[in-house]
Design a protein around this ligand. Structure first.
Ligand code: SF4
Ligand code: SF4
Length: 278
């Protein structure tokens, strides 16, 4: 049966979906979850745009390969895409002439687990690949150095005596030294395969918006605040490309040589600077 699609990529996608459905049925599972490719979160291993999924012939094919329940998680529960309704009506007509029936549900399969999609996942992996050896090595070197310097010192013994935790001595020393490593703001040395960055902005900012426009990662945003604006920055979106700094007419932005781990993990925007009242 031919599935009409608007281009080759869509056609490949449909074939991928049908293959997936076929494999599910072969494994004894007759329900299929498809999530909209535009969702921030999804519950399915297969994603597709609704205009691809909502085709009467595609629905008929799914029924043909043995799928009995199709769950479609659209980007909006009240998705008003008229093609969806048209496809459903056309499919209903088709299904009356078919021996098999496909139940189409909008929403999640009852047992579906919704998983948030990690933004910048490759960047994050690359970061931690560098982060672990860099920070762990730094921490280990510092501990080693402190231990070597203080081996015989009374201070060291005092630290160990005062710490009543049931821990090995080395662990107690490590925990004592840890805050001295300034672990919240670890300098990440420049490595080309660490595509993360952090910036700061000065009060020279006039809220012109140029940096927001040029940022390729939507890491910057200008938020109105009364008569003024707040320039917000989301660390986990920043790749350290420096476009914002290069294009700021006021030279208000500079790239920091370090990345704040908490702000990276927070995954939300934080204020960098508020423009001066005019
Ligand atoms: S930081 Fe520079 S480019 Fe960005 S809004 Fe302020 S003045 Fe404009
Ligand atoms: S350094 Fe690049 S990615 Fe980061 S905020 Fe500036 S323009 Fe955006």
């Amino acid at each position: 049966m031919e599935i009409r699609t608007t281009n080759q990529a869509h056609s490949d996608e449909i074939i991928h979906l049908l293959n997936h459905a076929h494999a599910l049925v072969a494994a004894g599972n007759t329900s299929l979850q498809i999530s909209c490719a535009n969702l921030e979160t999804h519950a399915a291993t297969v994603t597709s745009n609704c205009f691809q999924t909502f085709q009467p012939l595609f629905l008929a094919c799914l029924a043909g390969v043995g799928i009995k329940d199709l769950y479609i998680e659209t980007c909006d529960a009240s998705c008003s895409n008229p093609s969806i309704n048209a496809a459903m009506q056309a499919y209903e007509t088709l299904s009356q002439a078919m021996a098999v029936k496909l139940n189409v549900h909008q929403g999640l399969k009852p047992e579906a687990q919704v998983k948030p999609i990690q933004k910048n996942e490759p960047a994050r992996r690359a970061f931690f690949k560098n982060f672990i050896p860099t920070v762990a090595k730094h921490a280990a070197n510092t501990v080693e150095q402190v231990l070597a310097d203080n081996k015989e010192s009374a201070d060291m013994q005092q630290i160990l005596d005062q710490d009543k935790r049931n821990l090995p001595q080395l662990s107690k020393l490590f925990l004592h030294i840890l805050p001295q490593l300034n672990i919240n703001h670890i300098p990440v040395p420049y490595l080309e395969d660490t595509p993360l960055g952090s910036i700061q902005a000065s009060e020279a900012c006039t809220a012109c918006g140029d940096c927001v426009d040029v940022c390729p990662s939507q890491a910057l945003n200008l938020k109105p605040f009364g008569q003024r604006f707040i320039l917000e920055f989301q660390a986990d979106c920043c790749t350290g490309c420096q476009q914002c700094a290069t294009n700021c007419p006021e030279q208000a932005i500079e790239l920091l040589p370090s990345i704040s781990l908490p702000s990276l993990l927070q995954q939300k925007a934080r204020p960098l600077v508020m423009t001066q009242a005019q």
